[in-house]
Design a protein. Structure first.
Length: 321
């Protein structure tokens, strides 16, 4: 699938935005201003961006506890996301969700999710709506290797298949569920699970934006054509701990340094597009500078924003019919 210059620049900008957002949240969390639990997505950017590059606002995604990257790739406002993580009134969910519950249905982002395996059933509902109303929309469930072992995921894969729903299950296999290695906890081959539910499955290098983009494009085209769900098994890695504060005693000391040096999706992207003469290094450097300003602005705005007031407690909590 050939990408034009604008699409390549957009992909790099989105991946950079996620990376810098996460590196900054990592640093800011250490200062103690960010409340709650934070799980960072740095290292996995090619997955969110490679998949969401094919989606419109009408398409929906369901995310995980490690959701910042999915939100940015789907078009959530970065200032409002940062404010949400800081628990501020100006946050995307008025400061009531925090890192693990960022949502923006206006851009088709159905929510980060504290329930591991919670996204897969959700997207079946969204996809059933799309199918019933014939909107042509698709729904994507991102989930980890841990989530792949949840019963909810198996039920959702079955339902999506028997109802031929326009769903894509994106299995982000980053090697661990908390501190448990997926090599130890995931039985068999995830592609056999797809086969067992009668849907195609494909495994790709999740650090390679172009490989993810190609495989996602095919699965999404299939879903849009009414041919039902697919599974993408992406092998990738996270750079930070399971959550901020995780001592990562279960990883060898040089594991992340090696990943950053050899399997960084941003570096791989840069090498590929510059060697092929598609983009020059200066254009990519310029994007990195622009993104740095965007992140700086978001943090400054978030820190200056007010906290929700006690009177806000019950607003945006219940729907009034
Ligand atoms: C239903 C449920 N069980 C357990 C947990 C605790 N928990 C939070 S994250 C996590 C690991 C998830 O691993 P994975 O799906 O591989 O995602 P990753 O953190 O690697 O992105 C667990 C067990 C939870 N939040 N929800
Ligand atoms: Mg995992």
């Amino acid at each position: 699938m050939q990408l034009n210059r604008d699409e390549l620049l957009r992909a790099y900008r989105d991946m950079c935005t996620i990376r810098q957002f996460e590196e900054r949240v990592h640093a800011e969390f250490a200062s103690g201003d960010i409340p709650g639990f934070v799980h960072l997505y740095a290292g996995e950017e090619a997955s969110a961006v490679g998949v969401c590059a094919h989606l419109t606002k009408q398409d929906t995604i369901a995310s995980t506890h490690r959701g910042h990257g999915h939100c940015i790739a789907k078009g959530c406002d970065v200032d409002a996301m940062m404010a949400e993580i800081y628990g501020r009134k100006t946050g995307l969910c008025a400061g009531k969700g925090g890192s693990m519950h960022i949502a923006d249905v206006d851009v088709g982002m159905l929510g980060a999710n504290g329930i591991v395996g919670g996204g897969a059933p959700l997207v079946c509902g969204a996809a059933l709506t799309a199918k019933t109303l014939k909107t042509g929309a698709v729904a994507v469930a991102f989930g980890g290797d841990g989530a792949s072992n949840q019963g909810t995921t198996a039920e959702a894969m079955n339902l999506a298949s028997v109802w031929r729903l326009p769903v894509i299950f994106v299995l982000e296999d980053n090697g661990y569920a908390e501190s448990t290695a997926s090599a130890w906890s995931v039985a068999g081959d995830p592609l056999d699970r797809a086969k067992g539910f009668g849907m195609p499955g494909v495994r790709v290098d999740g650090h390679d934006f172009f490989a993810v983009h190609q495989a996602a494009g095919e699965a999404i085209a299939r879903a849009r054509a009414g041919e039902g769900p697919s599974l993408l098994h992406l092998k990738l890695a996270r750079y930070f701990g399971h959550f901020e504060g995780d001592g990562m005693t279960y990883r060898s000391p040089d594991e992340v340094a090696k990943l950053r040096a050899e399997r960084d999706c941003l570096k791989l992207f840069r090498a590929k597009v510059t060697e092929a003469g598609l983009l020059d290094g200066a254009a990519l450097d310029a994007i990195e500078g622009e993104v740095a300003a965007v992140i700086e602005h978001a943090v400054r705005r978030a820190k200056a924003a007010p906290m929700p007031a006690p009177a806000d407690l019950l607003s945006d909590v219940y729907v009034s019919y």
